[in-house]
Design a protein around this ligand. Sequence first.
Ligand SMILES: Nc1ncnc2c1ncn2[C@@H]1O[C@H](COP(=O)(O)OP(=O)(O)O)[C@@H](O)[C@H]1O
Ligand SMILES: [Mg+2]
Length: 291
Amino acid sequence: MPAALHIQQLNKHFANGKHALRDINLTVQPGEMVALIGASGSGKSTLLRHVAGLAVADASSESLIEVDGRCVQRAGRIHSNIRSVRSQVGFVFQQFNLVDRLPVLMNVLVGMLHRTPWWRGWLRMFKPHERALALEALGRVGIAECHAQRASTLSGGQQQRAAIARTLVQGAKVVLADEPIASLNPESSRKVMEILARINREDGCTVIVSLHQVDMAVRYCPRVVALHQGQVVYDGPSAALTPALLRSLYGVHADEILADTATAVPSIHPVVPIATPAQAPQWSPAMVQAA
Ligand SMILES: Nc1ncnc2c1ncn2[C@@H]1O[C@H](COP(=O)(O)OP(=O)(O)O)[C@@H](O)[C@H]1O
Ligand SMILES: [Mg+2]
């Protein structure tokens, strides 16, 4: 089985000269749930956008990003087949990205557009079984009763759950969530993380979720990839990510991602049973690189 995600020698310089991603090499196996952590500005969004083919890497012959064995971009060029790869990748944004004035159900059905003839999508003619699938997805994220409401009338947590339902009907194999809980209160944050963990466990979706702070990463994700100034400074089990290690990786910058959790981290254990990845990664001390 191909890796869910394979990134090789990824570098990104923005037009202003900012070197936002540095020599990223990363492989994620199908069925893993991985947290991408790092202070703001460390490159989390930039990395996820490259994986989704929404941003283009520096042109270097060795640079490669593949999802489920299919090329997203190589050597700084987006692959011509990007549309079919994108249909496999669900993207969940911090700000939900729903169409405010459309009903929730319609927002979820949008996830199906890649397999619906354009004119049916355009006329908003979805078939009964498609509507049933969308309703079922809304049921799974716990907001079926809101299906007829305009998206703008939902709370932030409910909107984010609708956005996850959209990736469910899309049939995405890989879900990329970019700080999905950054705008939510603690209770909604917990629900959203539990739903992501559940689709990982029940649907076998590979989930890569960027998080600003480390406590949620440790709680829900067996594996953590930590970025610092565009570099991977840690890739390993979340259980090993103690405040002491974080301080050694991040130095004076550790406080931003530890926030109020410094005392809580050692006592946190995963609250959900974790699915065993199809091919568990082999951890080794060599994977823990110095900052
Ligand atoms: N379009 C852009 N042009 C120039 N610099 C950018 C652009 N987008 C992001 N950056 C810079 O790249 C770095 C990484 O940004 P980002 O990926 O958004 O970090 P994070 O998501 O971890 O907060 C930051 O220094 C940011 O200012
Ligand atoms: Mg970001």
